[in-house]
Design a protein around this ligand. Structure first.
Ligand code: NAP
Ligand code: G4F
Length: 333
């Protein structure tokens, strides 16, 4: 019998890679999707006939219980969230409802429907915020710097609490930033690599960015979803940091992306107050040695290769848009 997994957030970057990975492992894959006025299945279009989509929302307890009953999942990966840090200042209550309380709704549904389900919570390095220790590891205290970070701290601790209160196999993966050609356009890596392609192909002249000094530990999403799966294959639930151990500034990201396309970044990058944050996370760099020892997990793709892969993919995307007439090159904004 094939194993059954339910993924919340299957339409997102990680959800699409995880669904592909689980299919490759022989799983029956179910995905929770919320109702939207326009269908946004572009990241899972290529596998849509191999996964079963179930309508539901992290704000709606009844739909979560139904999704568990319908899928009869043995593993649940909770990737759904309002995941954009900047938006969490303009929509703090909504962010808390989805990203924090949504975790409780799902855990409680699991407790009632089938407490033997193995649960993965998508925790975040944003929880470390104003970092108390360098590098950050599982034992580093949290100091979140955004409503999103605060919501993720809640999600992390309610996962630990349900593990300890009810004996659930509930695991929290503390993942550092991970990117890919499927990353949303609002996140800085993809914003930059997409802008590089548009500038190179003559559609734009500038990209407007916020803080160029902050540093992140950027890995590849395809590597990170493998770690999620490995965590749920362990006999005992636990918490794991997943990171590359390298840190780079936003400016370094910009330099690598523009130089890969043969462009001088200083001629095309402008700073804009709109993209500055009320409170910044200045430095993230993770120590994933526990994941190395226990899970046998190591990152395969490193920073420069990742950014170059994303620039190459965006060059292709923008070129195809031009060829298909989806961008009017004479009136590019
Ligand atoms: P993403 O691309 O923004 O995807 C988020 C997913 O959540 C989308 O499928 C979205 O559905 C879904 N969602 C949002 N609100 C929902 C709701 N109320 N009910 C049901 N589904 C809802 O995020 P990602 O980069 O794949 O990240 C996956 C998870 O890992 C998130 O929890 C994120 O916070 C966390 N995380 C990400 C990183 C990273 O660097 N990528 C690092 C650490 C942790 P729609 O398509 O309908 O919007
Ligand atoms: O790409 P970002 O928006 O990612 P951020 O805030 O680190 O959050 C991402 O990673 C977290 C893991 O640590 C996830 F939990 C979270 O869901 C999300 O996936 O910003 C990265 C850095 C920040 O310091 C930001 O201030 O880039 C800086 N930045 C500079 N200019 C910008 C911009 N970020 C964005 N999005 N847009 C800019 O124009």
């Amino acid at each position: 019998m094939a194993k059954r997994a339910l993924i919340t957030g299957i339409t997102g970057q990680d959800g699409s890679y995880l669904a592909e990975f689980l299919l490759s492992q022989g799983y029956d894959v179910y995905g929770l999707v919320r109702r939207t006025s326009t269908i946004n299945f572009s990241r899972i279009h290529h596998i849509q006939d191999r996964v079963t989509l179930i309508s539901g929302d992290m704000l709606d307890q009844t739909s979560l219980m139904s999704a568990l009953e319908q899928s009869e999942a043995e593993e649940v990966y909770n990737l759904a969230a309002q995941s954009f840090v900047q938006t969490s200042w303009s929509q703090p209550v909504f962010t808390g409802d989805v990203t924090a309380l949504g975790v409780t709704r799902l855990l409680d549904a699991i407790r009632k429907v089938n407490p033997r389900i193995r649960f993965y919570q998508a925790s975040s390095s944003e929880m470390f915020g104003k970092v108390r220790e360098v590098p950050q590891r599982e034992t580093t205290p949290f100091y979140p710097r955004s409503p999103y970070g605060v919501a993720k701290v809640y999600g992390h601790w309610i996962t630990v609490n349900y593990r300890e209160s009810y004996g659930l196999h509930a695991t929290s993966g503390i993942l550092f930033n991970h990117e890919s050609p499927r990353r949303g356009l609002e996140f800085v890596t993809r914003k930059v690599t997409h802008a590089v392609a548009r500038i190179k192909l003559g559609l734009d002249e500038y990209v407007y960015l916020g803080n160029l000094d902050s540093r992140r530990d950027w890995g590849f999403a395809g590597d990170y979803v493998r770690a999620m799966w490995l965590m749920l294959q362990q006999d005992e639930p636990d918490d794991y940091v997943i990171s590359t151990g390298e840190t780079h500034s936003v400016q370094e990201l910009v330099e690598v992306a523009f130089s890969h396309a043969g462009l001088d970044w200083q001629a095309h990058v402008r700073q804009d107050e709109r993209f500055m944050r009320p409170a910044e996370v200045d430095l993230l760099v993770g120590d994933s040695s526990k994941a190395g020892h226990v899970l046998g997990w190591e990152p395969q793709v490193h920073f420069r290769e990742l950014i170059q892969m994303m620039v190459d993919a965006d060059m292709q995307v923008v070129q195809e848009m031009i060829e298909q007439g989806r961008i009017d090159v004479n009136h590019a904004g």
